[in-house]
Design a protein around this ligand. Structure first.
Ligand code: APR
Length: 245
């Protein structure tokens, strides 16, 4: 048994991977930010100013996600297969707050922007699974206080979760793959540059169209995620990483 560890893969996903499951992206012409202002629903100031409006925004998205019509697609399933069949670690960092990666079977998964189906108490920090609507008057099951429950979602101006761990995995991986993200929002948009600093890493972008950071990637594949992601995973499992690019 050689001491050489099997090469690890880090994957970043964005809203584009869930689009064909029926969830909107943010910056496409029909995206969420074309209908709602970030300043009104996705900042700490918005929540302080009008918590009811912020709850309504996330309640509508939570109701859609849990309503039964939204299910993982072939791209989510392909990434779960890669994790199951690749001999090395496959670490999936998602910017998405939906639970489609989990439902597709991915387990080595980190929601850097939080999760729509969790809420957090701003008074005591307790985290709770929450699939129903959330209202200002709802009380925390741990400390009993009302008025302090918020979506466990990272808002603009807040720090994404587990950044140190993410940068460590990027520095140590053999391949970084970015899927379904426009490369507009940092720190996620900077992951490809961080990965490339560590030298021998293959980088690939799989997206519907070139992202802001497209020129930084060694390999780019454009098309709908349900087509390009399963094909890419098949190729990696068949040929390994070195054959790519
Ligand atoms: N298949 C693959 N990619 C697609 C598809 C599809 N079917 N449909 C759209 N895309 C691509 C778009 O071309 C775009 O590049 O997905 C990307 C989605 O980009 P955004 O809408 O900006 O979403 P994302 O990159 O995930 O946003 C990052 O910004 O608003 C914040 O916190 C929010 O996590 C989000 C972050």
């Amino acid at each position: 048994m050689s001491g050489k560890r099997a090469p690890s893969i880090v994957i970043l996903t964005g809203a584009g991977i869930s689009k064909e499951s029926g969830l909107d992206t943010f910056r496409d012409a029909d995206g969420i930010w074309a209908r709602v202002r970030i300043e009104d629903v996705a900042t700490p100031e918005a929540f302080a100013r009008d918590p009811g409006r912020v709850h309504a925004f996330y309640n509508a998205r939570r109701e859609k996600l849990t309503g039964g019509a939204i299910v993982p697609n072939a791209a989510h399933t392909a990434l779960a297969r890669l994790e199951a069949e690749w001999p090395g670690e496959v670490f999936l960092v998602t910017q998405n707050i939906d639970d489609l990666h989990e439902r597709a079977g991915s387990t080595n998964l980190l929601h850097m922007h939080g999760e729509l189906l969790k809420v957090r108490c701003t008074a005591c920090g307790e985290m709770m699974e929450w699939r129903a609507s959330l209202a200002v008057e709802d009380t925390c099951s741990a400390c009993g206080r009302g008025g302090g429950l918020r979506p466990h979602v990272v808002w603009f101006g807040e720090m994404p979760f587990e950044m140190e761990h993410i940068f460590e995995t990027l520095s140590d991986c053999a391949m970084f793959v970015s899927i379904g993200t426009s490369g507009n929002v940092y720190p996620a948009a900077g992951f490809v540059s961080h990965a490339r600093q560590s030298g021998t890493v293959h980088t690939a972008e799989l997206n519907l169209e070139p992202s802001e950071g497209a020129s930084i990637f060694a390999e780019t594949v454009y098309g709908p995620a349900t087509e390009v992601v399963p094909d890419f995973v098949d190729r990696v499992l068949r040929e390994g990483i070195s054959a790519l690019g």
